[in-house]
Design a protein around this ligand. Structure first.
Ligand code: MSP
Length: 657
């Protein structure tokens, strides 16, 4: 059987400065997809790199008294260190200053010029140096860059132009004929609207600086950044190679993963260059959302960038990767918060996953001297555990195939939580007290080992260091049953295996929260107030009552509240209280059935941004699968759905907290 091939790329990053956690997000997401593809049998090629030319880099280097190449060498070294620290499994790292890249870019330019798609003219336009982008008068309204808001300069120079306009209709048709090409759908709509407004020919050379690839037949011009940069995806396969093996094997690219700000370049300029060259177009461009801070964008000038290296040192590589991929629904923006990061570590990783492994291994050691017994019978709750495991594997696979990484992790945690509940249901410590229940106890512990095996395989693309640590504890280091191929059917864990407890997978992080302060303050007061039994005053009773109802922050973060936008709403037949809503939650669409028909006409809800509980177990209501619950407040006959402040641009998929 021939192996299937898969080619994935990240954007090539500007070495104008060190990278921050937002850049790390793109690369970690691409790495997880690449690892998943390798795990599922694809011959995978994963490319990343650096975009080293342009005026901004030249100016920055000069301001530091360095040559551009000397400056970028240093920064690019830092990129590679960061990718090493994040365990990024790239196959190739392309630098646009390499000869193999230069050669391909010059060939492309000459070919397009020879066939009349590149012509010489004069350019006058508004240029944003930090973004390296030209804007038209209309776009640069108020003489500021529409992307970054910084002032633009009026530039006039002899330039070469690329005939984008000639290909606009063909591109539009391509996008319409290939609905999968641009993901998510919202970005596809944005792009088609943009093209329909008409494409102007693109200025593709500059003469005002020389830090770039020269036009071979007119070397006072350097090839302007997007033609140079975008070509990396092809030059990395074609340049400096003895033959076409890499191109034949991996082109067309399966997925260009990019941030939302550069979707336009990848879905308009790049496909048109390829069309003009007669090269097949990439199969998919996925535009992900941005990692924002409460105060807006992360930027060096604002002094608010988050350094991933510091976070890795503080919390560990797997935890950071998990947080990034769990927190941002694919396609949507999300907010970075160290508090939530710590809560995720304590709740999902230490409590849910870490405890499942340590409790299970400890019980096998305590009750069976560390040897896992065979599951020779099936008892209560076993069927359900197996059913959840099978459906989670399917859901995980479906989400991974759609690159919905956060949903895939959500599915895995459904199984982890089910297994923790299984421990509470089967109460192994009680079975252990009864000699006649030994076989049953062995089955329960076997089932837990099997869940741990399945879960560990699924999390391995996300947390690359973790599996070895788990395999060590559950006795599967070097075993064949840790591969994706053996994830099904149930029962792959070999009975008779010896387990061995190890260090906690994710030690809990102590949080200095208000909650802790409240607790430490509350205790002595409670002591002072203590009264002999039966003589408590009403005041003390009510304090106790309130404390009973407290939940910890760990419990609260388990409720996944998300901003959702209502796309459609209709009445549910023969149910006068129910409305069926379809809502967008980031890149995803969900159906939610809500008992609000008496309070809202369906059309009044469309376009509203509401809050839903996104991790509530889906349930069927009147035959419709409801995948979430909307939040509403009511008293008596008055009911209002909770909406997000319409004056603020909070994106769908954002977490409510
Ligand atoms: N050099 C160009 C890309 C050329 S690709 C042919 C470039 N470089 S960049 O360094 O500015 O950005 C690289 C990527 O990082 C972009 O996809 C961008 O969206 C992403 N991010 C930058 N800040 C980000 C966040 N705060 N959050 C998520 N991604 C972010 O553009």
């Amino acid at each position: 059987m021939t192996r299937k091939n898969f080619y994935i790329t990240t954007p090539i990053y500007y070495p104008s400065d060190n990278l921050h956690i937002g850049h790390a997000y793109t690369t970690v997401a691409a790495d997880t997809i690449a690892r998943y593809k390798r795990m599922t049998g694809y011959d995978t090629w994963f490319l990343t790199g650096s975009d080293e030319h342009g005026q901004k880099i030249q100016r920055t280097a000069k301001s530091k008294g360095m040559e551009p190449k000397q400056y970028v060498d240093k920064i690019v070294e830092g990129f590679k260190q960061l990718w090493g620290a994040l365990d990024i499994s790239y196959n190739d790292f392309i630098r646009t200053t390499e000869a193999r890249h230069k050669e391909v870019v010059q060939d492309i330019f000459v070919k397009l010029h020879q066939q009349g798609d590149i012509y010489k003219s004069e350019y006058e336009g508004w240029y944003c140096t930090p973004c390296e982008t030209f804007w038209t008068e209309r776009q640069a309204e108020g003489q500021v860059c529409p992307d970054c808001g910084r002032p633009v300069e009026l530039v006039k120079e002899e330039s070469y132009f690329f005939k984008m306009s000639k290909y606009a209709d063909r591109l539009l048709k391509y996008i319409e004929d290939n609905p999968e090409f641009i993901q998510p759908v919202s970005r596809r709509n944005e792009m088609t609207n943009f093209i329909k407004q008409g494409l102007e020919d693109l200025c593709v050379t500059r003469t005002t600086f020389d830090w770039g690839i020269p036009v071979p037949f007119d070397p006072k011009h350097v090839i302007y950044v997007w033609v140079d940069a975008l070509s990396n995806y092809y030059s990395a396969l074609a340049g400096g190679q003895p033959d076409d093996t890499l191109v034949n094997k991996y082109w067309p690219c399966d997925i260009h993963l990019v941030g939302k700000d550069i979707v336009r370049f990848h879905t308009i300029i790049w496909p048109i260059i390829l069309m003009a060259l007669g090269i097949e177009l990439p199969k998919k461009v996925v535009g992900h959302g941005w990692l924002l801070l409460e105060g807006g964008k992360m930027s060096k000038s604002k002094g608010n960038v988050i350094d991933p290296i510091i976070l890795i040192e503080k919390y560990g590589l797997d935890a950071i990767r998990y947080y990034l991929l769990r927190e941002l629904p694919f396609g949507a923006d999300g907010y970075y918060s160290e508090d939530i990061l710590v809560q995720r570590i304590n709740s999902d990783l230490a409590n849910d996953l870490g405890n499942l492994v340590s409790r299970s291994v400890a019980m096998v050691e305590k009750y069976f001297g560390g040897k896992v017994q065979p599951a020779t019978e099936s008892g209560d709750f076993d069927q359900d555990l197996q059913k959840v495991a099978a459906s989670v594997i399917d859901d995980y696979e479906q989400s991974m195939e759609k690159y919905e990484l956060s949903n895939a992790l959500g599915s895995v945690w459904r199984l982890i939580n089910r297994a923790n509940k299984y421990i509470d249901e089967t109460v192994p410590w009680i079975l252990a007290k009864d000699e006649s229940k030994q076989v049953r106890l062995g089955c329960v512990l076997y089932n837990l080992m099997e869940v741990i095996r399945i879960v560990t395989i699924m999390v391995s693309p996300f947390m690359p260091k973790l599996p070895d640590r788990i395999w060590e504890q559950v006795g599967l280091a070097g075993s064949e049953v840790v591969s994706w191929n053996s994830i099904k059917p149930w029962g792959g864990y070999p009975a008779g295996t010896q387990v061995k407890r190890g260090a906690a997978l994710f030690p809990r992080i102590e949080i200095e929260t208000d909650e802790k302060e409240i607790k430490s303050k509350a205790k002595p007061e409670a002591k002072q107030e203590a009264k002999p039994e039966g003589k408590q005053t009403a005041e003390v009773a009510s304090v106790d009552e309130k404390q009973k109802n407290y939940i910890s922050i760990d419990e609260f973060v388990k409720i996944d509240l998300r901003v959702a936008e209502v796309i459609s709403a209709e009445k549910v037949e023969k149910a006068d209280k129910l409305l069926k809503l379809v809502v967008a939650v980031g890149a995803e669409q969900r159906t939610v059935v809500a008992g609000i028909a008496k309070h809202y006409a369906p059309e009044a809800l469309i376009g509203k941004k509401i809050i839903i509980v996104a991790n509530l177990k889906p349930t069927k209501l009147r035959g419709i699968l409801s995948e979430g619950m909307i939040l509403a407040a009511s008293e008596g006959e008055n009911l209002g759905v909770l909406t997000v402040d319409p004056d603020k641009e909070v994106p769908t998929g954002a977490k409510a907290k």
